[in-house]
Design a protein around this ligand. Structure first.
Ligand code: MRU
Length: 351
């Protein structure tokens, strides 16, 4: 596999009137696209992390509503919208933290309402066009994010990352890995340290997979090795993704992000959060209001594919944590790099 081949992968694709997702839960052992037959398949794919990563979840939800529109009653707008709304509300229950899910569902809903006086087959086409647009915009945003992030990179730098924020989490270049791919395209040598990201190992299974096959200089580390790598002076910046950014710049991202931020501050290493503006939720004043998903204790007890803890033991398994804005050096979006004070400067992105 080469970087060109990795960049051709699609987390979600819609071809010949069929929706497919790349089942990232099977990686790194097998690369498989799975057909989504209905909204229930999409719900399951999001819930079980076959498709994951905030931007990819948004794109998957948008195409799920295309499937919904195909199955909905077409006798009147009222009945069509009732079926559509039921599916939209159902999909909204798949995962709570990444705001891109709700952003994409609301965006399609607004288009349906805007076009409610048109024939239903035309409304179905509007839904499909909007889903395509969401995906196209995601590709463009990832590229722009990459360009902004690249301005912070210098040949030979070491970057630490956590979870997976690349091709396998978004569309094309990804978010926090986009600057790394652009640097590689431009002949720069960046050394990436990828946290394995317990309990579901997105860093080991996905980040290491896509960077290694792209020829990027990547070193996989266990989460508890990040401090040592920083102390050794091997890391000059941390690049991470985000699932929801509150209006004051507090950031919800994969569990363990907060610990990396604390370590980075102690070692005086800049800590950048990277994501599209669709991940910013200006309706939430600060991180305390971000809903944090808690997942099944089996993911920890059978964390490595076999039993690693006694079955009845108490387990705490939040999928995300919130990093307070004071630990964040900058937020890189497709519109540029936002620096503190975040409350004032994030607002400017939307005016
Ligand atoms: O539980 P996941 O795998 O969906 O968590 C993903 C993350 O936390 C990513 O860092 C985030 O969604 C950004 S993806 C570009």
């Amino acid at each position: 596999m080469s970087m060109e081949k990795i960049l051709e992968l699609h987390t979600v694709k819609y071809e010949n009137d069929q929706m497919y997702i790349l089942d990232t839960s099977k990686l790194p052992s097998s690369l498989e696209y799975v057909k989504m037959n209905n909204v229930e398949d999409c719900f399951d794919a999001i819930k079980t992390l076959k498709v994951r990563g905030a931007p990819a979840i948004g794109v998957a939800a948008a195409y799920a509503l295309v499937l919904s529109s195909k199955a909905a009653r077409k006798t009147s707008f009222g009945e069509f919208y009732e079926d559509f709304k039921k599916d939209k509300d159902y999909l909204a229950k798949s995962r709570p933290t990444a705001v891109n899910l709700f952003w994409a569902l609301d965006r399609i809903d607004a288009k349906v309402i805007e076009n409610k006086d048109r024939p239903i087959d035309e409304i179905c086409k509007v839904i499909k066009d909007e889903a395509d647009l969401i995906k196209q915009e995601d590709i463009m945003m990832c590229r722009q994010i990459g360009e902004h992030g690249l301005t912070l990179l210098k040949d030979g730098m070491g970057i630490l990352t956590h979870c997976n924020t690349g091709v396998l989490a978004a569309s094309k270049y990804g978010t926090a890995l986009a600057p790394i791919y652009l640097a590689k395209e431009r002949g720069m040598n960046i050394k990436v340290y990828a946290d394995e990201t317990r309990p579901l190992l997105q860093g080991a299974r996905l980040t290491a997979y896509e960077l290694h096959h792209s020829g990027v200089d990547v070193t996989l580390i266990c989460d508890n090795m990040a401090a040592t790598v920083m102390k050794n002076g091997w890391v000059q910046a941390v690049f991470l993704g985000c699932d929801r950014i509150a209006a004051n710049g507090d950031v919800a991202n994969k569990i363990g992000t907060y610990s990396v931020a604390v370590l980075a501050r102690y070692h005086n290493i800049p800590f950048y959060v990277i994501g599209p503006t669709s991940t910013i939720d200006m309706s939430i004043p600060d991180g305390s209001a971000i809903p944090i998903e808690e997942r099944d204790k089996k993911e920890i007890i059978f964390g490595l594919g076999y039993q690693i803890a006694p079955e009845g033991v108490n387990v705490y398994n939040p999928a995300f944590d919130v990093t307070p804005n004071e630990l964040i050096t900058g937020i890189i979006t497709e519109k540029g790099i936002v620096r503190p004070p975040f409350k004032e400067n994030l607002k400017k992105l939307f005016t």
